[in-house]
Design a protein around this ligand. Structure first.
Ligand code: APR
Ligand code: PHB
Length: 399
């Protein structure tokens, strides 16, 4: 009984977190006829407006469509067949379909993916409880794990067959795995990203990744009328220390090209700083507790892998549990961690490579500056190197 003498809730899969991982997992399980309950500590408005990345790999686009969550994405998303690398005032376009046998990416913000999945879950899915904070995962190594959570002022218990921690880097699920059974691999970077949203049409029709002696800059977008731009800044930078004028002026310097390309300015509507970290927690499973998404791994945003990795994890879990329900075999569940980590480490490698290729560390030496330019020249001049980038950017296979 809970603190008010009520019988605990019960479900097959307890999902902690209603970010992309938790919401998509609930949808995939619903479509497979498997019941779940989603516990989300924040309110709906917060989840739907939390600014995050906006690039969906081909695999993610396909999963959302098959899951019945792709209709607005296909209507409002922007298909992109390439990106531009900019360095030494030069411009080089990477042509994804030509290099990957037809793959592209979709520009469609994570906030919109979450809105679409929340609407589906509330309309057709199982319980999605907002402002329900998971306090602990108990009994992960038993046949009946539980999630203790606080909701509407009282403590409650969700009894499950499985718990999937989709509660992000700061969640509670990872802590339920005994420290002596885990290994953590991480690297922090001496810089972060100052990101802005601006009400101005993007100055280029595809994303522009610029390497400059003053630091990295990225031109992205949210729609034909909203630009999303980023500047590399020193770690610990306060976004409010940068005026809009200073941001635009710095972006213009870093995007400068020999052919006089112009960056259009507009009203800045949102400004924030994102720290940079690479992090992997192994294993991604303990008993009947499974970790998915940022709860298990973090990548620097340079390669736009975070959301797409979360998708790969929950596709792997849903496929494994469906297999167990249909055949009685737990083989795919037992392989969950190894299956996910193969893809996670390839994304970590790609994100690290993109980050060190384009960002200038505060203590960079002239040798390292030249090395970066040589790496960029190699990509711009050799199909093999360019193909590796295009394959990494458009996504690694699931499972
Ligand atoms: N109880 C319930 N919910 C929680 C708890 C808790 N104790 N702790 C965290 N949460 C919720 C957060 O409020 C958030 O909504 O879990 C959710 C985790 O979502 P994300 O952090 O978005 O993680 P994930 O779903 O794995 O998606 C990864 O999101 O943060 C970006 O860059 C990241 O693009 C990547 C994607
Ligand atoms: C974004 O649009 O927020 C974005 C795009 C590409 C990245 C990172 C972030 O690599």
């Amino acid at each position: 009984m809970n603190s008010e003498g009520k019988r605990p809730m019960r479900t097959t899969v307890g999902i902690i977190g209603a970010g992309p991982a938790g919401l998509l997992l609930a949808r995939l399980l619903h479509n497979a006829g498997i019941d779940s309950v989603v516990l989300e500590s924040r309110d709906r408005a917060y989840v739907e407006h939390r600014q995050r990345a906006g690039i969906l790999e081909q695999g993610t686009v396909d999963v959302l469509r098959v899951a019945g969550a792709g209709e607005r994405m296909d209507r409002e998303g922007l298909r992109h067949d390439g990106i531009e690398l900019r360095f030494d005032k030069k411009r080089h376009r990477v042509d994804f379909p030509a290099l990957t046998g037809g793959r592209s990416v979709m520009v469609y913000a994570q906030t919109e993916v979450c809105k679409d999945l929340i609407a589906l879950q509330l309309k057709e899915g199982g319980p999605l409880l907002f402002e329900a904070e998971a306090l602990a995962v108990e009994g992960a190594d038993t046949d009946s794990p539980r999630v203790r959570f606080r909701y509407e002022g009282s403590e409650d218990v969700l009894e499950c067959d499985y718990v999937v921690g989709c509660d992000g880097f700061w969640g509670v699920s990872r802590g339920a795995i005994p420290a002596e059974l885990t290994r953590v691999f991480e690297r922090t970077y001496p810089f972060g990203w100052l990101g802005i949203l601006a009400d101005v049409a993007p100055s280029h029709d595809e994303l522009v990744y610029a390497r400059h002696d003053r630091g990295f800059a990225l031109l992205s977008m949210r729609s034909p009328s909203v630009s999303r731009l980023y500047l590399q800044v020193p770690e610990g930078t306060d976004a409010e220390a940068w005026s809009d004028e200073a941001i635009w002026a710095e972006l213009e310097r870093r995007f400068e090209t020999a052919d006089g390309w112009r960056l259009e300015r507009g009203p800045v509507t949102q400004k924030s700083v994102t720290p940079m970290r690479s992090y992997v927690h192994e294993p991604m499973r303990h008993g009947r507790l499974f970790l998915a998404g940022d709860a298990a791994h973090i990548v620097p945003p340079t390669g736009a892998k975070g959301l797409n990795l979360a998708v790969g994890d929950v596709v792997t879990f849903a496929r494994a549990l469906t297999h167990e329900r249909e055949t009685g075999s737990a083989e795919l569940l037992d392989a969950y961690s190894a299956t996910c980590l193969r893809r996670v480490w390839q994304a970590e490698r790609f994100s690290y490579d993109m980050t060190t290729l384009l960002h200038r560390a505060p203590d960079a030496t002239p040798f390292e500056d030249r090395l970066q330019l040589a790496r960029l020249e190699r990509i711009a001049g050799a199909r093999a190197a360019e193909t590796d980038l295009a394959e990494g950017y458009t996504g690694f296979p699931f499972g």
